[in-house]
Design a protein around this ligand. Structure first.
Ligand code: MN
Length: 392
């Protein structure tokens, strides 16, 4: 249980995010990101899926041993061996959670699991109770909840709560819902499921229709008090709800979203940048909150307005999310030091060799282009990092 108006941030960058194409990280990168996620103030850090591989098991265990602050969660299917592996992996953590899941839509039950609704209910009850023997913090997710028959979904939730689930996550696994519909599901569960008001309901949304953040907000308004999200919105297919967007909305629109959370806003930009160093793609320049252009003004009318009063075209300042203002514009006369300085402001501390590699590309680009903007610099950095990775 949590206080009425506090939103728990459940970060799944290292699980749902990491399992998506181009986002695979090695153990060292996962640990580095985990420390950053802790600095960012996430309440729960889902570190991985221990049964998936020995590597994932070890990496969850390392994070559990070394990262302090967030509660460390590990994912497990509703299977004994999965739950066993998850429990062993999170064992060194100061505080931990087992997150177990089973599909509940008829489509998934028939096509994927080949079990009946009744068998699924038994399995959920048994495995949630089994997970409870390791820790008293258990999250259960009925996978594909949004395409599950509503009456059956209520039954599933009731069984999970009775077996000891303390958080109930209702995922829009395929990113199919629209906001009103997603909110209604939460209201229904709160109204109809015995015990639902005494546990935490959680939203987990995918962005297949570009609605992950909107759906998450709708769930919050309907009573969800945990939001599952990932830095830069990474995750399966079109990704998960973006952590930085949810946090920024709650800050900028406190009038409409009067909830507290523990996210340290000034860390958003550097967390976003660190992630782009660990995975194989950056953020789109126009990405909300953390994109290189999110605070850039190019049109004359906008530039004039912002110079007169930033509020004319800015609803939050770049400083508030930790984005350092562009004090000097780089061009072909800029030296290595200026480039190094700007990269540092953008959150990237490079070795001498790395800086040299970026600088070589920089001078080539500066010969062709008058002014070099942040998105250019981040692009160059990304290109040279990819090259280094391919060579080594
Ligand atoms: Mn997911």
């Amino acid at each position: 249980m949590t206080s009425k108006n506090h939103i728990v941030f459940f970060d799944t960058t290292l699980r749902d995010g990491e399992q998506s194409p181009g986002c695979t990280m090695h153990a060292g990168e996962k640990l580095r990101m985990a420390h950053k996620i802790a600095e960012l103030g996430a309440d729960i850090l889902e570190a991985g899926f221990p049964i998936a591989s020995d590597g994932d098991f070890e990496s969850v265990r390392t994070i559990a041993r070394e990262v302090r602050g967030p509660k460390i969660a590990a994912l497990a299917r509703c299977k004994k061996e999965d739950i066993d592996a998850a429990a062993r992996a999170i064992e060194p953590a100061a505080t931990s959670r087992i997150h177990t899941f089973l599909s509940t839509s008829d489509l998934h039950l028939a096509a994927k699991l080949q079990i009946t609704r009744e068998q699924a209910l038994d399995q959920i009850g048994e495995m949630v109770a089994f997970a409870r023997t390791f820790t008293d913090d258990i999250e259960f997710s009925p996978e594909d909840a949004t395409r599950t028959d509503p009456d059956y979904l209520c039954k599933v939730c009731e069984v999970a709560i009775q077996a000891g689930a303390t958080t109930l996550n209702l995922p829009d696994t395929v990113g199919y819902c629209v906001p009103q519909e997603y909110a209604e599901m939460f209201r229904m569960v709160l109204e109809r499921v015995p015990g639902a008001k005494d546990i935490v309901l959680s939203a987990h949304c995918h962005d297949d229709l570009g609605l992950a953040v909107a759906n998450t907000l709708a769930a919050m308004e309907a009573g969800a008090r945990q939001v599952e999200c990932a830095i830069n919105g990474i995750g399966e297919r079109a990704g998960n709800a973006a952590l930085e967007e949810l946090a920024a909305i709650m800050m900028v629109r406190k009038d409409k979203m009067p909830y507290s959370n523990n996210i340290v806003m000034e860390k958003l930009f550097e967390a976003s940048q660190l992630l782009t160093q660990c995975i194989s793609f950056g953020t789109a320049p126009n990405k909300a909150i953390v994109g290189a252009n999110a605070f850039a003004h190019a049109s004359g009318i906008h530039q004039h307005g912002v110079l007169a009063n930033p509020l004319t075209y800015e609803i939050l300042t770049r400083e508030s999310v930790g984005y350092k203002g562009q004090a000097i514009v780089l061009g072909k006369h800029s030296g290595r030091r200026a480039l190094e300085h700007r990269l540092k402001e953008l959150g990237h501390k490079l070795s001498k060799e790395e800086l040299n590699a970026v600088y070589t590309r920089f001078t080539t680009l500066a010969d062709r282009k008058k002014a070099i903007y942040d998105q250019d610099i981040l692009g160059l950095l990304h290109e040279s990092m990819t090259e280094v990775a391919n060579v080594s």
